[in-house]
Design a binder for this molecule. Structure first.
Ligand code: HAM
Length: 420
């Protein structure tokens, strides 16, 4: 019986891993320049954390979570997103008591049982950041510019940031009623999905992908036009700071996000290089989430972004050509004595940090040279009884074809200088 990976999951193969290392390194380095520190949380949590945190009525909680009882009957869920998990860790470890503002980032796999398609997986990876403890619009602007900075640093051009304010517990209920009344006028014509949302979650109807829904709601009232004074001021300050920072954005009153915890700022970054799943990143402010999961009110803001989607846009730009890892030195053995010398010397080179490889498959010298070439080794040393006897080895530069003889006592030094 042959096994296959589960639908919607993907292997990340050795030939592609350098791409992941490349993006992860850059993400980490930018997160560090913004003074965010990494947090890692378990892959699963108690189910109630997500259902309470993300919202019972969301698609994620209603349809997409990988939920299972463990052997003791506790309901567990593979994390579909990080924000609720980070906030659980924040509370449990009293991070807020150690410092009034906690800035953390993550790079982690997530799990959602969605219908797989290009850019949509069931196990996917996110990077993201959460700034916990400040209600200041500067924090919203920092998060938005941090996510922008990351895409800019990858030299991605075709991305757009759209921002909105979804109000707070003071102004949103009134707006919900206004929106509901408006939608009631043509409720029967809305898609089945939107009709279901009408009572409990009418805001989500605004970002329905259904064409008829979009046409029908063209003139629907938007929450950004019904904000209380506090939310309106906050929204306007976020925009002022973004303008000062020269972060390009537009306002899109239809952004409501698929998670229920947002208050005030909500935003999305989309790329025209992606297909129908065009969201590179999304985030916003979630001042009430901590309270929802049992802590005291802690204003916070954050974002998360799909790594597979970032890679898709980078692959379009051919950013990766020729970046794969390869050994600096391949030691080809001409005979049995050469084989021993090869492994000993490879170890010595590796001990001083020079990536080295040898043949393990008893290949002919010619085949070993071909293998060194295939692996894009920069140098090849040929070792056999003759060279060992003479204590002198030929080193071939595979790029230039130039060969030189180096005494064995000089080999380590030679490569330390060459590969520095
Ligand atoms: P989200 O919009 O659900 O937000 O996900 C963020 C990003 O993850 C999306 O923009 C997309 O790039 C990627 N993504 C989501 N689902 C999939 C999937 N099935 N396959 C591939 N990529 C996917 C959140 O998760 C919030 N926790 C963001 C946040 C952080 N809000 C505040 N702090």
């Amino acid at each position: 019986m042959k096994f296959k990976s589960v639908k919607g999951t993907k292997d990340i193969l050795p030939e592609d891993i350098f791409k992941w290392h490349f993006v992860e390194q850059k993400i980490r380095s930018i997160m560090h320049t913004f003074n965010y520190r990494e947090i890692r949380t378990p892959v699963f949590e108690e189910t109630a954390l997500f259902s309470r945190g993300i919202g019972e009525l969301t698609d994620i909680v209603g349809k997409e979570m990988y939920t299972f009882p463990d052997r003791s009957g506790t309901s567990l869920t593979l994390k579909p997103e990080m924000t609720a998990a980070v906030m659980r860790a924040y509370l449990q470890n009293n991070l807020g008591e150690q410092q009034p503002l906690t800035k953390v980032y993550y790079i982690s796999p997530m799990f959602r049982q969605e219908r797989p398609q290009a850019g949509r997986l069931r196990q996917f990876h996110q990077f993201g950041a959460e700034s916990i403890g400040s209600s200041n619009p500067t924090s919203d602007a920092e998060i938005i510019s941090l996510s922008n900075q990351i895409y800019k640093s990858f030299e991605i051009r075709n991305f757009k940031t759209s921002i909105n304010s979804v109000g707070c517990e003071k102004c949103r209920p009134q707006y919900k009623e206004i929106l509901k009344n408006h939608l009631m006028g043509f409720a029967q014509k809305l898609s089945e999905e939107s009709q279901k949302r009408l009572e409990q979650n009418p805001l989500r109807i605004l970002d329905s992908k259904n064409e008829t829904d979009r046409e029908l709601t063209k003139n629907a009232p938007l929450v950004k036009d019904h904000l209380c004074e506090e939310c309106a001021n906050h929204f306007s300050e976020v925009q002022q700071i973004l303008n000062k920072l020269n972060v390009p954005y537009s306002i899109d009153g239809r952004i409501v996000r698929g998670l229920d915890y947002y208050t005030k700022t909500a935003y999305e970054i989309v790329s025209s290089d992606l297909g129908s799943q065009d969201a590179l990143a999304g985030g916003g402010r979630y001042d009430l989430l901590v309270e929802q999961i049992g802590g005291k009110i802690t204003p916070s803001v954050g974002f998360a972004a799909g790594i597979e989607r970032l890679l898709m846009t980078l692959e379009k730009g051919n950013v990766f050509s020729g970046n794969d890892i390869s050994p600096d030195v391949f030691i080809a053995a001409a005979d049995d004595l050469g084989k021993i010398w090869a492994i000993e010397t490879a170890m010595k080179l590796r001990n001083v940090g020079i990536p080295s490889e040898i043949d393990f498959l008893n290949r002919s010298l010619k085949a070993q040279m071909r293998e060194a070439d295939r692996q894009k080794a920069r140098f090849v040393i040929v070792a056999g009884a003759t060279e060992i006897e003479k204590q002198s080895f030929t080193i071939k530069n595979m790029q230039t074809g130039v060969q030189m003889d180096v005494p064995s006592s000089e080999i380590l030094n030679h490569f330390q200088n060459e590969t520095r």
